[in-house]
Write a protein of this length. Structure first.
Length: 133
């Protein structure tokens, strides 16, 4: 049950997330055999979406059931879980470096995740408003 397949910035690697098996795997340099990424997620995240930071050093996973974003350092495998006030189901890269939309664009509610070295920032931007005529 593949929930995410994403290419890692600045590399020839890709990340595959399986929400049923609760696994995260790498395909390094487009090899045919996936490599397990660190200690998986230890049931801290059932990933629905994945992306990488612009430098390719960090993988970010959207964990809607846990209302969190999980970061995985590619070099060390160290993970950090960041709780957010939404259920992030996507991580869509925006025009700014390492800023991602955490909610589907068609949802009408917009949450951003801004990856920063000193700690990420999750922000509520707006909710669509319907006007009756």
């Amino acid at each position: 049950d593949i929930s995410a397949l994403v290419f890692v910035a600045q590399s020839h690697d890709s990340v595959i997330c399986d929400r049923s098996l609760n696994t995260i795997s790498f395909l390094r340099d487009s090899t045919a055999t996936p490599v397990a990424l660190g200690p998986a997620t230890n049931d801290r995240c059932q990933p629905e979406s994945a992306t990488s930071t612009a430098d390719g050093k960090t993988i970010l996973l959207a964990c809607p059931a846990q209302r969190a974003v999980l970061s995985v350092d590619r070099a060390s495998g160290i993970t950090h879980l960041y709780n957010v006030n939404s259920s992030p189901s996507v991580l869509v890269r925006l025009g700014m470096r390492d800023v991602f939309l955490m909610s589907p664009p068609e949802s009408g509610t917009y949450w951003l995740f801004d990856w920063q070295a000193e700690g990420p920032v999750a922000s509520f931007i707006a909710a669509a408003r319907t006007v009756s005529q």
